[in-house]
Every structure is written in structure tokens, then in C-alpha cells.
Design a protein around this ligand. Structure first.
Ligand code: ADP
Ligand code: ADP
Length: 237
């Protein structure tokens, strides 16, 4: 589903964010990337959907090179990838439903969606997505009136409405308390299991990683230093 082939990323200031990464992530895996701050977790995740360009190598999504993709082809690959951020990235003054509907924009090439007019089927899809993360009763609430955990569930619903096959979550619980962290991680795990969505989550807590991951990838200074199932991810490694 996701394949890194000899991927390196050097930032313009010379810092090497990733050093010759080779990885294959299969469909339906729930991967947690762990590592200290500065290890390269965010650089790795952002490389997958080309939020930034890599310096060397190639990244394949579903056997297609996103590295080489252009124009419409690139947009189609990106449409399959939902992104979840630490700070939720919602349009604060818009309703929850409008935020979730924004996941549908890539499916339309008419101006109507730019002005917020979506077909009924899209609205139903968005409401279903909200229902799946147990927050459909907030559909018509302004998103900045929700708690952090609720906002993060809205951003998960947006990825669902996008019909993403892959979800990339960059420190999705870093600004949440322990109870809310559990709710958000449970939701990510649930959609991974029920819908088979390949999920890659960056975390800096190994204990949460152990509870949820099917496989843990440890990064240090831009290199993979651990890659294996949860039961092998002991503290010594
Ligand atoms: P993590 O997500 O594990 O905290 P990052 O991927 O953010 O790590 O960072 C990896 C390395 O790349 C760090 O040394 C960081 O300082 C550096 N880095 C990240 N973003 C930039 C940038 N835009 N410009 C220069 N260096 C960067
Ligand atoms: P209703 O039709 O349920 O009375 P409104 O038309 O007043 O509700 O819409 C309330 C909110 O629902 C709007 O602010 C918008 O966020 C959202 N909404 C409803 N239908 C659509 C749609 N077809 N496209 C985009 N947003 C919609």
C-alpha cells in the first residue's frame, strides 16, 4: 500500500530529516511511528502524501509512484490519503458538517463545492462519517465550540468522508488529555478494523503505541532503528 524506496530528505538548511528509508506498509496495517522529538516522524509522514518533496528515492502508493505523479494523477492519489494533525486543522468558524464535507471537494470539479454546495449523497456520507465517530449530534455546531477531542473526531470524519484508503495522523493526541486520547485512538483503531483503512500514526509515547499498533517503527536521527510487532518492542530496543 505504501512503499519507501531508498528515501532521503535533506532540508534546505542541510539537516537530514530522513536517511535512506526502505519500508513496506501493507493494506490494513495499523502502524505507529515512535521516536524522540526531532527523530524524523513528521518528515516521514509528510513525505507520504507529498506535503513536502523528498530529496532522493521514491514513494509508491498502491503500486503507483506519488513521487513522479503530476496534475490529475497526483490529485487522485492524494484523494486516497486522509491527513490528521495535532491541531485538528478545522475551519473554526464553519459548522462541523461543512468541515466534514470539505473532504468531498476533491471529488468534484465544479465551482459549486467551492461555494459549499454539495450533492445530497455527500451530505449523507458526511453525516454517516460523523455517526461512525459518535459525534453526529454536533453536525450543525460551529467547530470551534467543540472540545479538542471532539474536534479531532471531526477531522477523522473528514478523512472518512474523503473515502481515504490511508490515514496519516501526525501526533493526533499530543494536545489531548488521557481520557480523550483513548477515545481518539479507539476511533482510529475502530475505522482501521471496520473499514480496513491503512493507518500510520506518529506518537511520542511508547505505551500508547503498544496498545494500538499492529507494528511499531522506531525512528532515530532519520533512520529506522526498530521495525516489528508490538510484542518485540521492549524497552531495551
Ligand atoms: P519529529 O516529527 O520526530 O519530531 P521532524 O520530522 O519534525 O521530527 O524533524 C526531523 C529533523 O528535521 C529535526 O532535526 C528537525 O529539526 C529537522 N526539520 C524539520 N523540519 C524542518 C524544516 N522545515 N527545516 C529544517 N529542518 C527541519
Ligand atoms: P437544513 O437544510 O437542515 O435546515 P441548513 O440548510 O440551514 O439546514 O444548513 C445548515 C448547515 O448545514 C449549513 O450551515 C451547512 O453547514 C450544512 N449543510 C446542509 N446541507 C448542505 C449541503 N448540501 N452542502 C453543504 N452544506 C450543507
Amino acid at each position: 500500500m505504501i512503499e519507501f524506496r531508498n528515501v532521503s530528505k535533506t532540508y534546505p538548511n542541510g539537516v537530514k530529516g530522513l536517511k535512506n528509508i526502505n519500508l513496506t506498509i501493507e493494506k490494513g496495517e495499523f502502524i505507529v511511528i515512535v521516536g524522540l522529538s526531532g527523530a524524523g516522524k513528521s518528515t516521514l509522514l509528510r513525505s507520504i502524501n507529498r506535503l513536502h518533496e523528498i530529496s532522493e528515492g521514491e514513494i509508491m502508493i498502491d503500486n503507483e509512484s506519488i513521487t513522479a505523479a503530476k496534475g490529475k494523477n497526483l490529485r487522485h492519489i492524494r484523494r486516497d490519503i486522509g491527513m490528521i494533525f495535532q491541531n485538528f486543522n478545522l475551519v473554526k468558524r464553519s459548522t462541523v458538517l461543512r468541515n466534514v464535507l470539505s473532504g468531498r471537494v476533491a471529488y468534484h470539479n465544479t465551482l459549486r463545492t467551492v461555494f459549499g454546495l454539495f450533492p445530497k449523497e455527500d451530505v449523507n456520507l458526511a453525516l454517516n462519517a460523523l455517526d461512525r465517530v459518535n459525534i453526529v449530534e454536533k453536525a450543525y455546531t460551529r467547530s470551534d465550540q467543540l472540545s479538542g477531542g471532539q474536534q479531532q473526531r471531526v477531522s477523522i470524519a473528514r478523512a472518512l468522508a474523503q473515502e481515504a484508503k490511508i490515514i496519516l495522523a501526525d501526533e493526533p493526541v499530543a494536545s489531548l488529555d488521557p481520557l480523550t486520547t483513548k477515545q481518539v485512538m479507539d476511533d482510529l483503531k475502530k475505522i482501521n478494523q471496520e473499514l480496513g483503512i491503512t493507518t500510520v500514526v506518529n506518537l511520542h509515547f511508547i505505551d500508547i503505541a503498544r496498545q494500538y499498533a499492529t507494528r511499531i517503527i522506531g525512528l532515530n536521527a532519520g533512520e529506522v532503528v526498530f521495525d516489528g510487532p508490538v510484542d518485540e518492542a521492549t524497552d531495551e530496543k
